[in-house]
Design a protein around this ligand. Structure first.
Ligand code: AGP
Length: 604
């Protein structure tokens, strides 16, 4: 979704905002723009469709200009085509705005404004809020009151950042979308963004406002950030914390892509997660959560996180005998779900800002039950809204296609199961986690084998990933990875399900990536035989010493599942990550920023 950066303070406002926007490129976008005001109070605006570099080139030496304050935006188009005019910021009457989210009642508001003579410059929903502001201010209402009175008219999830050219002040407000303010306590620069990562190095203290809290970054005042309620009174509805993120993650190092770097980070992250929760500060979190007595878990998530939720369901039902229901959050929120008093809502998310997942959490909260997150971003909306949080500690994930987050989500779910009393002693589980890290290191050392398989199969027209039991969610996730980064059609299926229809699609142009584990091996192999008999091309990712797996495979990649038990799903999935990565390499796609995708889907 869209990226927002605003800065007010010492100097080089334009440079700083452009650098912040550069850090948000990983989230996916299709145009970029900035607006800033000159000492004279004149507001200038520059915006271009396409990559941020188009804007920087367009700016030329303007970017050296020493503006007092500046706001910038990377747009992921929702309403209105990709064009310069539809890019943000939008400006009118000395006010400039950038927006992340969707105004669901924009058309009604636009119709009313046009009827009163307003002339729109774009097709965007965002400009409707600007029109409301400028027409309200034009009648003499102070900007602060114009913002609060009009923001409450908007339906849907939105975050706005507003630049007032008369004062150089910046205002920000949100409802259901991410927003963070930052302060540099030495040079007193004040900043605002949709993602704390944009503020690394520029702010050493972060402030996370709650919904409908108006943030005021004011020029010329020692206390540069103030927070207000909608009625104008001071607000304390915000969380503050020290900025702890570092920039090192923004460097690919020796890797060609962030996604590959993040795949290779997994063994180290697993060891660090193990240390944190078994021997570090995380023990207290697990101890608090161990007191929960859920009658059932309502697990909600989207995309990759939803598949990690299926893995977590397997763990909790197997080890804790607690029923789990896994829903796509986008479905759960609208099907008037049955919520029982002993249920606990469990939400899996990397960003903690996915609109559908947040809505599902809110529905559970309204249902009066406790909510628990398995989340990566501390301070995210999901993190702040849940009663309990289990951080997956994956570090920032730059690649739009989730890899290390899936692994850490699933393993954190295993830790949740342990905390709830799984009858497994701590040392043996800790050893299993560390064994998994070792096995993934070994698997990654054989990446060339998967690269060679990818080279052999990347030209085929369609792919069925199949898996049984614990490997069924991995089949779903493997297929999603291939779709996301290689742009090829792939479907994840339960091995036993293909013969109920989809097998009609099998021919010599199709590939079955069969995920095979020691459990249910014979049944899985017989499913593969059914596909092979119809000329399907067979890739088996299975037990390294299994003769049958090798026999049926046109392409075979061996795994050493020995001793991994319930962690086998996470282990097998890493092979899928590498296979998808090299398939995408051979396809020549944009692996870190795949077309049409956003890192965090903050709209419905
Ligand atoms: C994963 O590769 C995708 N980028 C996407 O499916 C993602 O998992 C989904 O949008 C959920 O995001 P979240 O984990 O930040 O909630």
């Amino acid at each position: 979704m869209c990226g927002i950066v605003g800065h007010l303070g010492s100097s080089h406002s334009i440079d700083l905002v452009l650098e912040g926007l550069k850090r948000l490129e990983y989230r996916g976008y299709d145009s970029a723009g900035i607006s800033f005001n000159k000492q004279s109070g004149a507001l200038e605006i520059y915006k271009k469709q396409g990559k941020l570099s188009n804007l920087v080139d367009f700016l030329g030496d303007i970017k050296e200009f020493n503006a007092l304050s500046c706001i910038g935006h990377t747009r992921w188009a929702t309403h209105g085509e990709v064009s310069d005019a539809n890019s943000h910021p939008h400006t009118d009457g000395g006010i400039s705005i950038v927006h992340n989210g969707i105004i669901e009642n924009a058309e009604d508001l636009r119709t009313e404004l046009v009827a009163h003579g307003y002339k729109f410059q774009s097709q965007t929903d965002s400009e409707v809020f600007l029109a409301l502001l400028s027409t309200t201010v034009a009648k003499g209402t102070p900007l602060q009151e114009a913002i609060t009175s009009n923001f409450s008219k908007l339906d849907g999830n939105s975050a706005f950042v507003i630049l007032d050219s008369k004062t150089s002040d910046i205002w920000a407000i949100k409802k259901g979308a991410p927003l963070v303010c930052g302060l540099h306590e030495v040079n007193s620069d004040a900043l605002v963004s949709s993602d704390p990562y944009a503020l690394v190095g520029f702010a050493d203290k972060l402030y996370f406002p709650q919904d409908n809290v108006l943030c005021h970054l004011s020029a010329g005042n020692k206390n540069l950030i103030n927070f207000y309620e909608m009625d104008g009174t001071k607000s304390d509805r915000y969380m503050s914390k020290k900025q702890e993120m570092s920039l090192e993650v923004s460097d690919k190092g020796s890797f060609d892509h962030f996604m590959l770097k993040e795949i290779y980070e997994q063994p180290g992250l697993i060891r660090a997660l193990t240390k944190y929760y078994f021997d570090g500060e995380g023990q207290e979190t697990l101890n608090n959560i161990s007191k929960l007595k859920p009658g059932r878990f309502l697990i909600n998530a989207c995309g990759t996180a939803n598949y990690a939720g299926l893995v977590v369901k397997d763990y909790i039902e197997k080890f804790n005998k607690i029923p789990c229901q896994v829903d796509l959050a986008s479905e759960f929120r609208y099907r008037n779900p049955l919520i029982l008093k002993d249920d606990i809502g469990l939400f899996v998310s990397q960003s903690g800002e996915t609109a559908d997942t947040l809505a599902a959490q809110n529905l559970c909260k309204q249902g009066g039950i406790k909510t628990l997150s398995i989340v990566n971003v501390e301070g995210s909306t999901l993190y702040r809204d849940c009663d309990y949080n289990l951080l997956i500690r994956a570090g920032i994930e730059i690649g739009v296609a989730s890899t290390k987050a899936f692994t850490q989500q699933a393993l954190t779910g295993r830790l949740l199961s342990h905390a709830l009393g799984d009858g497994v002693d701590k040392k043996s589980l800790k050893d299993k986690f560390n064994l998994l890290a070792t096995r993934i290191d070994e698997l990654l050392s054989r990446a060339e084998e998967l690269k060679s398989i990818a080279e052999s199969i990347h030209h085929f027209k369609g792919f069925f990933y199949t898996g049984r039991g614990a490997l069924y969610p991995v089949a779903l996730e493997g297929a999603l990875k291939l779709k996301e980064i290689a742009y090829v059609h792939a479907e994840g299926y339960a091995s036993g399900e293909l013969k109920h229809g989809p097998i009609a699609l099998i021919d010599e142009e199709m590939v079955n990536v069969a995920l095979v584990a020691p459990e249910l091996l014979d049944k899985t192999i017989s499913n593969v035989e059914e596909i092979k008999a119809r000329k399907g091309n067979i890739v088996v990712i299975g037990p390294q010493n299994d003769a049958n797996s090798k026999r049926v495979a046109d392409y075979f990649f061996g795994l050493n599942y020995e001793g991994l038990g319930e962690l086998s799903a996470v282990y097998c999935n890493v092979a899928n990550q590498i296979l998808a990565y090299y398939m995408a390499r051979f396809k020549g796609t944009d692996i870190d920023k795949p077309r049409n995708l956003a890192k965090s889907v903050t709209v419905e």
